[in-house]
Design a protein around this ligand. Structure first.
Ligand code: TXE
Length: 486
């Protein structure tokens, strides 16, 4: 059994109260590590360390901050295999996915923000011949960073990298469900010479550690990715304390396939956008709307593709589809499939656990890729985020109808449109309620673009310039011109 430790003031430490939680490997349903069950006092120590580190780190030249963060990126690359293995054990995802997506993207996050701070521009505004204004963008102090379990290292570094690059110090909490890669990152940061207190990682439960962070008066900035209900709770805590808030929440993303789409491409990508990471990516397209002339063929081939996914031990290089992250998540998925059945839906494929699994993972949290048809847009299965390997398919006849259905949930994170008609692509993209619209692709990411959602998918944007601005406070300096001697 491995032991995961907090990272506070540059040291790896046990939790103050000596309490621990079990970390479960989802593929085997057995504990593989113990993780600190930290409390208020650990959070207080982490915030104190971050406060002490702030004056020096915020004044450290950008080039030096950049050098350290680039060193961290290089070490993530060097340790790719160990990190990918840890993430696969922690999360249940296929190791091939962790190796090709999660870990390289975590390094890319550090590299992107480490270099971005070397190229920022600052604004100045001249007020006629009366005054000149210039805007300073200053780090805000201690940032509180809270991340979820689905892309543990990627989403954790997506917050840590811009916070530190811009000169903030941070207290970060990974999900208690998947703590291992954040722990390994702590070691990497220490070895890279990140000064003590610049990054502090406190492990533990949301209602204890997360809550203490959101209520701490000396954490003026909060960046959160996770469930919508948790986001609402954090908003309630943060508002009276006037904290600056970024909330990246859930999605119920539509995937619109028009009859003129490149069908091979649309089907291949839709299999990925439905079932990558067992459907546990906030950007997964969970409602597939297909124009009627191609509906039957699309569903047949989607089902074929879903059935062909190789379910198995996440640590096996050939596995394409792993375990769900936890027992509660598996139960949630089953409940929604039960609801679909009660509503008279047709389960086109999946709908239950796989029957033949390798011995090592026989007791894991597995559920087959599931395609459901026959449900109307108002069904709970089409309205609520399931966050698992379950997609619905439905035909549509008109573009307007497809857009109305696409926009009919409370969410607005991302959408995908498949068409060869350029006018339609622009027209539909313009009308979809979403922070990101992908046309003829999915999850293609450019770290410079704003990322986030509308409605119940969140508040604020991350990525690129948006993140640099979020983690800094603008200050205008207005100097009157002494243009004449009078
Ligand atoms: O998220 P939580 P969970 C969605 C998805 C999933 C649901 C619940 O629908 O089924 O959220 O997942 C911390 N104060 N997404 O339970 O609980 C918690 O410890 C402060 C979408 O994992 O929101 C963890 O670190 N923090 C999402 C983080 O919040 C609190 C990805 C997220 O946990 C807290 C994951 C509190 N009161 C789940 N309570 C996406 N959009 O990417 C919990 N936390």
């Amino acid at each position: 059994m491995q032991t995961i430790l907090n990272y506070i003031d540059g040291e790896l430490r046990e939790p103050n109260a000596g309490e621990w939680l079990d970390s479960i490997e989802p593929a085997t349903a057995t504990p593989y590590a113990r993780v600190p069950d930290s409390d208020n006092s650990d959070v207080a120590a982490a915030v104190d360390a971050a406060k002490r580190a702030f004056p020096s780190w915020s004044r450290t030249p950008a080039a030096e901050r950049s050098r350290i963060l680039l060193d961290i990126a290089a070490r993530i690359d060097d340790q790719r295999e160990a990190l990918a293995r840890a993430e696969s054990i922690d999360n249940g995802k296929p190791i091939s996915l962790a190796r090709t997506v999660d870990v390289p993207r975590a390094a890319a996050n550090f590299r992107f923000f480490a270099t971005a701070i070397l190229h920022t521009e600052s604004e100045s505004h001249r007020t006629d011949d009366v005054a000149i204004n210039y805007t300073l963008r200053q780090p805000r102090g201690v940032a509180g960073l809270i991340s979820p379990w689905n892309l543990p290292l990627y989403l954790f570094t997506w917050k840590v990298a811009p916070a530190l690059a811009t000169g903030n110090t941070a207290v970060a909490k990974p999900s208690e469900v998947t703590p291992m890669t954040a722990y390994l990152l702590s070691e990497i940061c220490r070895d890279a010479g990140l000064p003590p207190g610049v990054l502090n990682v406190v492990h533990g439960l949301g209602p204890k550690v997360g809550e203490a962070m959101t209520l701490h008066p000396d954490v003026p900035t909060l960046s959160f990715t996770g469930g919508t209900a948790t986001g609402a709770r954090i908003g309630q805590n943060a508002a009276p304390l006037f904290k600056k808030l970024s909330l990246e929440l859930g999605g119920k993303n539509p995937n619109l396939v028009f009859a003129d789409a490149d069908l091979d491409d649309a089907i291949e990508t839709s299999i990925r956008s439905s079932f990558a990471n067992q459907g546990q990516i906030c950007l997964c397209g969970s409602r597939i709307l297909v124009e009627r002339p191609i509906y039957a063929e699309f569903v047949r081939r989607l089902v074929e593709g879903a059935n062909a996914l190789r379910i198995g031990d996440p640590l096996d290089d050939d596995t394409g589809f792993g375990a769900l992250v936890s027992a509660p998540q598996l139960d949630k998925v089953k409940q929604y499939v039960d609801i679909a059945r009660e509503e008279g839906a047709t389960i086109e494929c999946g709908g239950d656990a796989p029957t033949s699994l390798p011995d090592r993972v026989k007791s894991g949290y597995f559920f087959r890729p599931t395609v459901i048809s026959g449900l109307g847009p108002t069904s709970r299965v089409n309205q609520e985020e399931i966050f698992g390997p379950v997609v619905t398919v439905a035909p549509f006849d008109r573009e307007d109808e497809a857009i109305d259905i696409a926009n009919s949930t409370a969410y607005g994170l991302s959408s995908t449109v498949w068409t060869q008609n350029l006018s339609r692509a622009h027209r539909v993209a313009d009308r979809l309620a979403a922070g990101t619209v992908w046309v003829n692709t999915w999850m293609l990411r450019d770290l410079r673009v704003p990322f986030g959602g509308t409605r119940q998918s969140g508040v604020g944007r991350e990525g690129g310039e948006e993140a640099l601005r979020f983690f800094t406070e603008p200050k205008n300096v207005c100097i009157q011109y002494p243009l004449s001697d009078s």
